[in-house]
Design a protein around this ligand. Structure first.
Ligand code: NZQ
Ligand code: ZN
Length: 386
């Protein structure tokens, strides 16, 4: 196992009706900026519940954070944070709103003039020494943003991950019933996103991270058990509660501590979202089977372990085991209603050049857990994903 530091300061407040506890988590004299997306929280009453719980605190609202939040939108909120002298940021939404809120906080506290450099320069991010406290009310289980220090921001033709310990939410309220109103395709996206976060930290090469491996396998098996169930019965509380908890635990630092991590699927997926607007979860479902097919040899030992322990495949022949595991993974995504080929989204092979040149422009020329996944291998993966 590799050396590691594990730090996670986010308080999780989980379960039905827990939004009532919101008022106890924020100082009484704080001026709160509530941030949300395109309006689902208004339509389904979550914003009203939040305001009720905040009682007579001073509140300012900022709505309109779009999926795959754009830098320009977020900068409008940075102005409000300053002008209104805000003391607390409360994000109400899925990954996009939570990530957007994290970036707004960093940009508002960055002393440099060009805030866009925070997207590409980790040293600029590290120079920020203080931020406002952030709280979240999660409405979409998927990204794990509610309990991690990452944020992904869209700018020009790219998506940029930004990491800072200042971005850990102070608390996150996870009420599975708030997610009942999600369109089923978003629930499916969330299941796939959680699945891929887990395998990006698990299907790499053996590193004697036994706890990490067994925990990852537990998350994957839980998703396989409850995935279709929570789509077919959106109001099955226990199925949904298990999805929410898996999503949070899949990307809060726990299973990735001390083991190799890949992130090829995410790196390539971000380019597909940036170029063609395909939902984050769907890009991952398209790429993962193709990546494993192309990288079978590099990932051989862990793919065999994945086949045996997650899918219970008992074939004698190891190559067959791997092929069956890849096929079962694809079938699982398809069973949730998510298509797994680029052509299913109307893309033709003449678009591959564009994706490869975007990867190159963003410096993704040597990715994966071994740093040897070059542009020509990315091209092969994209061809396989057609
Ligand atoms: O905007 P509103 O009107 O709220 O509608 C949203 C949005 O259209 C809707 N929605 C959310 N909760 C709902 C709801 N509709 C009905 N009922 C509810 N309860 O769902 C749509 C999608 O929301 P979004 O926040 O974009 O989805 P998701 O949570 O999948 O977030 C995706 C973003 O997170 C980033 C992705 O790159 C993408 O930008 N990621 C962030 C990560 C992190 N911070 O660690 C890691 C991930 O790998 C990912 O990259
Ligand atoms: Zn993801």
């Amino acid at each position: 196992m590799f050396n590691f530091e594990f730090y996670n300061p986010t308080r999780v407040i989980f379960g039905k009706g827990q939004i009532d506890k919101l008022h106890s988590q924020i100082s009484k004299d704080a001026k709160v900026l509530i941030l949300y997306g395109g309006g689902s929280v208004k339509k389904f009453g979550t914003l009203d519940m939040v305001k009720k719980s905040l009682k007579d605190r001073k509140i300012v609202e900022f709505g309109g954070i779009e999926p795959n939040p754009r830098y320009e939108t977020l900068m409008k909120a940075v102005d409000i944070v300053k002008k209104e002298d805000i003391d607390f940021l409360l994000a109400l939404g899925g990954g996009s709103v939570i990530d957007g809120t994290k970036f707004i906080n960093l940009a508002a506290n960055y002393t440099g003039n060009n805030k866009a450099e925070l997207l590409t320069n980790p040293k600029a991010v590290a120079s920020i020494t203080k931020g406002l406290p952030i709280g979240t009310v999660l409405t979409l289980p998927a990204t794990g943003s509610e309990m991690n220090m990452g944020a992904v921001v869209s700018y020009k033709s790219g998506k940029f991950p930004v990491f800072s310990p200042l971005s850990f939410p102070r608390f996150s309220i996870l009420d599975p019933t708030i997610t009942y109103t999600l369109p089923l395709t978003q629930v499916a996206n969330g299941i796939v996103d959680t699945f891929i976060h887990t395998v990006e930290q698990y299907v790499t090469y053996p590193a004697e991270g036994r706890f990490q491996d067994r925990t990852a396998e537990g998350i994957l098996q839980t998703l396989i058990e409850i995935g279709k169930k929570t789509i077919d019965n959106p109001k099955d509380y226990d199925a949904r509660a298990n999805l929410v908890w898996c999503a949070t635990m899949g990307l809060n630092g726990l299973i990735g501590a001390g083991v190799p991590q890949d992130w090829t699927t995410h790196t390539m997926g971000h380019e597909l979202t940036a170029l063609f607007g395909i939902d984050h979860g769907k890009t991952l479902a398209i790429l993962q089977p193709a990546i494993w097919s192309v990288r079978k040899d590099k990932k051989r030992d862990k793919l065999i372990q994945y086949a045996e322990r997650v899918w219970g495949i008992t074939e004698e022949n190891d190559d067959l085991k791997i092929d069956l595991a890849i096929e079962k993974t694809r079938e699982f995504f398809e069973s949730l209603g998510i298509k797994t080929r680029l052509s299913d989204y109307g893309l033709t092979s003449d678009k591959i050049d564009l994706v490869v040149s975007n990867l190159e422009n963003h410096g993704h020329t040597n990715i994966s857990e071994t740093g040897d996944l070059t542009l020509s291998i990315s091209r092969e993966i994209l061809e396989k994903a057609m």
